[in-house]
Design a protein around this ligand. Structure first.
Ligand code: FAD
Ligand code: A2P
Length: 301
């Protein structure tokens, strides 16, 4: 299928690993409330020198300082961009990320992920090697009347935060005379505990300001139980709202975006299959049709 014309003008690989952009850290703060599990930070880089620009739904690469076990420079890691193209301060000169520090136990030892720890620990003023932008899978439709269903786990909210800012943030709306979102945006957000919810104040503000356009459904896995007595995941919420979701999907203006843990893909697929079957539809036929129509967007890691 020919991609929509807008895809052609999307910037890609402006900065490559051999000659990365050096972005200065402007801000780095925790997004979590007390009692949360782990560490998730919002990190903003200055882009005012050079030509690094991007649109909502793209990612950038980060090359952490230091060397790997073989004495080679670290490889780049990709991160979804959490800011809109205008940046958090609306000056078109910054990019922000939402990063969870990878931590796991191995042989009784805590292992910290190389790049995610580098980013979560980084001090304002430091310079970081940035590549990209990359990615055309998660672009937002230009149609102001599109419906946008968002399925996010944890830091998978990053691109959704960029879309929601573009849709509902007053300064963004003033900046984008050609994009006054009028469709329905529905965010399903999965986190382990309530204090792990991300960007909650902004989301609550959008809910109160745009009650007809924004809907927000959470799945708090370690506090809520699904109908089978297991952890509440977003796919359980998808099943609970199957009728409404499928009514939306039947509208050709509806796009679905999934971002976050790779592990959620089979669960979402199962939930969509069950929801489709309840409506007499076959998900294994429908999903490729949605994909072909550029209405089913997945970025998991
Ligand atoms: P590394 O030091 O590279 O360690 C990772 C390795 O540790 C794994 O490859 C695996 O071998 C091992 N490992 C991991 N978990 C375990 C375990 N439980 N037990 C044993 N071994 C394990 N991350 C974000 O935080 N925010 C984002 O917005 C984001 N967006 C992404 C977008 C894309 C398109 C992609 C591909 C990835 C994205 N990621 C995001 C993930 C990110 O790229 C890194 O993979 C992540 O930060 C971990 O990198 P690291 O250098 O900290 O870990
Ligand atoms: P849990 O870890 O309780 O099993 P975070 O990145 O902040 O940890 O959030 C990820 C969220 O996604 C958590 O609530 C996590 O639940 C949940 N999760 C884990 N595995 C899956 C899965 N297979 N499908 C959907 N959600 C998942």
């Amino acid at each position: 299928m020919t991609p929509p014309a807008s895809h052609a003008s999307v910037p890609v690989n402006l900065y490559k690993p051999k000659e990365p952009y050096l972005g200065t850290v402007l801000d780095n703060y925790s997004l979590l409330d007390e009692g949360a599990i782990g560490r998730v930070n919002h990190i903003t880089f200055d882009l005012s020198e050079g030509n690094l620009h991007y649109v909502e739904g793209q990612s950038i690469g980060i090359i952490p300082d230091g060397q790997d076990a073989n004495g080679k420079p670290h490889k780049l890691r990709l991160y979804s961009i959490a800011s809109s193209r205008h940046g958090d301060n609306l000056e078109d000169k910054t990019v922000s990320l939402c990063v969870r520090q990878l931590q796991y136990e191995k042989d009784g030892e805590t292992i910290n992920g190389v790049c995610s720890s580098f980013l979560c620990d980084i001090e304002p003023g430091s310079k970081v090697k940035i590549t990209g932008p990359v990615g055309k899978e998660m672009l937002l439709p230009a149609d102001e009347e599109a419906n946008v269903i968002m399925l996010a786990t944890g830091t998978g909210i990053a691109p959704m935060r960029a879309y929601l800012r573009r849709m509902f943030e007053p300064g963004e709306r003033a900046h984008n005379p050609d994009y006054a979102f009028r469709g329905k945006a529905w965010l399903f957000m999965g986190v382990p505990k309530t204090p792990n919810l991300l960007y909650e104040d902004d989301l609550q503000r959008y809910l109160s300001e745009y009650p007809d356009n924004f809907r927000y459904t959470t799945a708090i896995s370690r506090e809520q139980e699904n109908s089978k007595g297991g952890r509440m995941y977003i796919q359980d919420r998808v099943l609970e709202h199957a009728d409404e979701i499928f009514a939306l999907i039947e509208d050709p203006k509806t796009h679905v975006y999934m971002c976050g843990l790779k592990g959620m893909e089979p669960g979402i697929d199962e939930a969509m299959a069950a929801a489709a079957a309840a409506k007499g539809l076959d998900w294994s036929t429908l999903r490729p049709q949605l994909k072909k129509a550029d209405r089913w967007h997945v970025e998991t890691y």
